[in-house]
Design a protein around this ligand. Structure first.
Ligand SMILES: [Zn+2]
Length: 279
């Protein structure tokens, strides 16, 4: 795990064990709010001991941005901390119980590593929720697309958006919705952010934020157009293999190449969705 400071009050922790997953902590005058955990409990424990070492008060809340295991596997490390999420996140985690598996074939932290599920305590089911603590306002905004329960956390005073998987090197909607994702990305363009922390990969700075979001929207449009063309030409799903990520306007390099798997899973999901609506 490595850490960096992106504003006076905000630290970002990045997994060195799986897919550059990030978790963040907002340090306030009345304690700390952690947003997401790291994939492996030992990394989450390292993050917690770093935060305790700051001597800036207890961890008061943990926010889950969505149910995926690579961001919630550390929940049980925060035994006496109030856990906040969207209602759909709590419901999904509850329903999946111990049978919960992770979002993609490439995700591996599972029960074998001794992971205990902990379901959020405080939830909201409509509109936004804002947590005010020690001079900071954490605005939790629903951004469905990656998953139906996805939220981003806008730390207003710092102009930092903790975007989780609503912004990662490639939009990934296999457990969510292609159309919702586009709408959510458009809504992110409206936020006045100096810094955006992605759910996987590098922190984005002011000059690049809008460009990255626009490029994601463009990618989602491109694959929709190309899958539609393929269907019109009467081609089967095997033709999707030839539609490589670079021809859809995205680099194949980020996350050690994992984006290529995400891209192909996106194409399959979109193909299925579009054949369903065509029937
Ligand atoms: Zn995710």
């Amino acid at each position: 795990m490595r850490h960096e400071r992106v504003s006076d009050a905000i630290f970002v922790f990045t997994s060195e064990m799986y897919a550059q997953v990030t978790a963040s902590a907002v340090v306030t005058t009345e304690g700390i709010v952690v947003v997401d955990t790291l994939p492996f409990p030992q990394e989450t424990r390292a993050m917690v001991s770093f935060l305790k070492g700051l001597g800036r008060g207890p961890i008061r809340y943990l926010v889950n941005t969505h149910w995926h295991g690579d961001h919630t596997n550390g929940n049980a490390v925060f035994a006496n901390v109030q856990l906040v999420s969207h209602q759909l996140c709590a419901e999904t985690m509850q329903a999946m119980g111990e049978a919960r598996q992770d979002e993609s074939t490439a995700e591996r932290p599972t029960r074998e590593e001794g992971i205990q599920i902990r379901v959020p305590d405080i939830t909201f089911d409509a509109g936004e929720m804002c947590l005010h603590l020690g001079g900071k306002s954490l605005q939790m905004i629903p951004t469905p697309g990656h998953t139906p329960d996805s939220i981003v956390v806008n730390v207003r005073e710092d102009k930092v958006v903790l975007a989780a998987d609503t912004l990662m090197p490639l939009p990934y909607f296999v457990k969510g919705s292609h159309q919702d994702f586009k709408n959510s990305l458009r809504s992110l363009l409206e936020l006045p952010a100096d810094t955006v922390v992605q759910g996987h990969g590098e922190v984005l700075l002011r000059g690049e934020i809008k460009e990255v979001i626009s490029s994601h929207i463009c990618y989602l449009d491109t694959i929709q157009r190309r899958v539609a063309a393929l269907l019109e030409a009467g081609q089967g799903p095997e033709a999707l293999r030839k539609m490589d990520i670079e021809s859809c306007g995205k680099s194949r390099i980020p996350l050690n190449g994992l984006v290529q798997d995400l891209h192909h899973a996106n194409l399959q999901a979109l193909y299925q969705e579009m054949t369903k609506t065509n029937d």
